[in-house]
Ligand binder design. Structure first.
Ligand code: SF4
Length: 80
């Protein structure tokens, strides 16, 4: 399980999440930040500081948010 950064990040890109992540698994791309789902330890620190509530636990993703997990996997070159 991992946390996933969803659509509100695209307009915001605040970046506090990357600062607080204890395992440095959040990386900035042009449009948004991504969480590496293979490295995330599920601590929730990033979700607690996101000002736009963009960060969601994987099992709580809505169908509309699920493509953001796929985007993260693609960004990090993870095959599913
Ligand atoms: Fe990093 Fe914790 Fe957020 Fe996972 S849940 S991305 S380990 S801060």
């Amino acid at each position: 399980m991992a946390f996933v950064i969803t659509s509100p990040c695209v307009a915001e890109k605040a970046g506090e999440c990357a600062t607080v992540c204890p395992v440095d698994c959040i990386v900035e791309d042009r449009e948004q930040f991504f969480i590496n789902p293979d490295l995330c330890i599920d601590c929730g620190a990033c979700a607690a500081v996101c000002p736009v509530f963009a960060i969601v636990e994987e099992y709580e993703l809505t169908p509309a948010q699920e493509p953001y997990l796929e985007k993260a996997e693609k960004f990090f070159g993870i095959s599913t």
